[in-house]
Design a protein around this ligand. Structure first.
Ligand SMILES: Nc1nc2c(ncn2[C@@H]2O[C@H](COP(=O)(O)OP(=O)(O)OP(=O)(O)O)[C@@H](O)[C@H]2O)c(=O)[nH]1
Ligand SMILES: [Mg+2]
Length: 203
């Protein structure tokens, strides 16, 4: 199993607190509660003593969190973004979320690509489509990763996957399906991430 060394670099609540962009960044986006922080913990091998805060209550991550990773010879940064789209969010909060996202992506950073997490049970919901359109406008490469694959009965998983792919999602690789565990899917993702960074860098 691949092991990534890591440290938490910075927690930022606003543009002024973003650390200098020194490394290629892989940015985790998705609806609140979809499992962004969980997947980061899994990839970092931190399923028991977590580094990224996880909660069954949506809206756990309100800041932008940067984790510097050393994978073999390569260094990059995983960025955990606050989620969107949970019930009861006010128009003001939504506006703040968009401001943070805008500030982040227009901040002259070295974003290599975005990992868009989507709940395998529900597929792309309104907030996901809104964000997809916005990322399209920037020509931002994306990898789609489905979470909570363990919550879909095995007999339905294949059909569900094909339906999502046929609906025309855009992803640099065929979407991964993860289960919140350090399993084969997580290992494949640990292999794929540095590879995608390298390939995008060569273009
Ligand atoms: N069964 C299952 N549960 C998961 C999976 N991924 C995440 N969870 C659970 O879903 C809940 C939310 O996970 P988080 O990782 O905090 O979600 P998040 O996307 O970071 O949420 P915000 O910080 O609110 O944006 C937690 O209770 C996790 O344990 C998965 O693949 N399978
Ligand atoms: Mg989170």
């Amino acid at each position: 199993m691949t092991h990534w060394q890591h440290d938490a670099v910075r927690t930022a609540w606003s543009r002024a607190q973003f650390p200098a962009a020194e490394l290629p960044e892989v940015v985790f986006v998705g609806r609140s509660n979809v499992g962004k922080s969980t997947l980061i913990n899994v990839l970092l091998g931190r399923t028991r003593k977590k580094v990224a805060y996880v909660s069954s209550k949506p809206g756990k991550t309100r800041s932008v969190n940067f984790y510097r990773v050393l994978a073999g010879e390569e260094s990059f940064c995983l960025v955990d973004m606050p989620g969107y789209g949970y019930a009861g969010v006010s128009a003001g909060e939504k506006k703040n979320w968009w401001r943070l996202i805008n500030d982040f992506f227009s901040n002259d950073r070295h974003v290599s690509f975005v990992i868009h997490l989507v709940d395998f049970r529900h597929g792309f919901l309104e907030g996901d489509r809104e964000l997809t359109g916005w990322l399209d406008g920037m020509d931002m490469p994306r990898l789609v990763v489905f979470t909570k694959g363990d919550k879909v009965p095995k007999g339905r998983a294949k059909g569900q996957y094909e339906k999502y792919v046929r609906s025309g999602l855009v992803s640099v690789l065929p979407p991964f399906v993860t289960n919140g565990k350090n399993d084969e899917a997580a290992e494949c993702l640990r292999q794929a991430i540095p590879q995608i960074i390298r390939e995008l860098n060569d273009i």
